[in-house]
Design a protein around this ligand. Structure first.
Ligand code: CP
Ligand code: NVA
Length: 307
């Protein structure tokens, strides 16, 4: 029997485990593309709990679980007792007795931590206010597919120091690369909230153009994340100069990639020219949620499989 593991933030896994997962995702992806059935999770059930909206996360987990031979059940706050105040600890006890794996998208990180502490089965963070580890798993898999190892490379983050930014920062510590961050004043990285051990792997820049110099990957995200809608107007003004444009891409490395976790707002955090331009790999990045998370689900439920 595989020891109980959860995936609640990027640093929950070691560099060596990530090396395995990226190889495994490639193997699973290739097999799927060849139409070869692969059902290691036959008869198993994934429960997906959504307290925020989603297109990619729901679709990739649900389709991924079906492709691995299992099934997925969707719960949301509106239609379940979660929205009527059932304690998250009780939900963890009950839901984990009827399923084999749980994925949660919610607000504070504390909610997934408390659920996991009461769960008999692995729990995956499908996005919280603080972190989005599944997305960075797919993003780094995408980087490796296009450019090889990310070790020693520079990733530039432009915009809000949100859940995506925090997770990139954790990934830099685990996988040994550098992150240049440029945020508007007042929106800087908070190392403790990002769950960092130190500041060796990142530098903050006041000027977004400076931050992009020599970058191997430039990435950004919405100015206002889910749950922060009340700040939207104020953020639209504060972030106006933090739009990834052709000038920023021109000072990055000549073969730099552009990524965005999506959904994107062209004309706000990125111009249409960059988003739809030749350096953008956003569609591969979105597709790779499927393949990377299939490797993640297999690993959490079956452990390492050596072929
Ligand atoms: N990138 C991402 O997590 O997308 P969704 O919000 O559509 O799931
Ligand atoms: N930072 C964004 C990511 C959406 C996938 C949010 O939390 O809304």
């Amino acid at each position: 029997m595989t020891a109980l593991r959860h995936y609640l933030q990027f640093k929950d896994f070691s560099r060596e485990e990530y090396d395995y997962l990226f190889e495994r995702a490639k193997w699973i992806k290739n097999k799927f593309k060849r139409y070869e059935p692969y059902h290691p999770l036959f008869d198993r059930t994934l429960v997906m709990i959504f307290e925020k909206a989603s297109t990619r996360t729901r679709l990739s987990f649900e389709a991924g679980m079906q492709q691995l031979g299992g099934s997925a059940i969707y719960l949301n706050t509106r239609d379940s007792q979660l929205g009527r105040g059932e304690p998250v600890e009780d939900a963890g006890q009950v839901i984990s007795r009827m399923s084999d794996l749980v994925m949660i998208r919610t607000f504070e990180q504390d909610i997934v931590e408390r659920f996991a502490a009461n769960s008999r089965v692995p729990v995956i963070n499908g996005l919280t206010n603080e972190y989005h580890p599944c997305q960075i798993l797919a993003d780094i898999f995408t980087y490796i597919e296009h450019r090889g190892s990310i070790q020693g490379k520079t990733v530039t983050w432009i915009g809000d120091s949100n859940n995506m930014c925090n997770t990139w920062l954790q990934a830099a510590e685990v996988l040994d690369f550098h992150v240049h961050v440029s945020t508007p004043p007042g929106y800087e990285v908070e190392p403790e909230r990002a769950g960092l051990y130190g500041t060796d792997h990142f530098r903050q820049f006041a000027d977004p153009l400076e931050a992009c110099k020599g970058a191997h990957l430039v990435t950004t995200d919405v100015w206002t994340s889910m749950g922060f809608e009340a700040e939207n107007e104020e953020r639209m003004k504060a972030f106006a100069d933090w739009c990834v444009d052709a000038e920023m891409m021109s000072v990055a490395a000549p073969d730099a990639l552009f990524m965005h976790c999506l959904p994107a707002h062209r004309g706000e955090e990125v111009t249409a020219e960059v988003m739809d331009g030749p350096q953008s790999v956003v569609w591969d990045e979105a597709e790779n949620r499927l393949h990377a998370q299939k490797a993640l689900m297999e690993f959490l439920m079956r452990g390492r499989i050596e072929d």
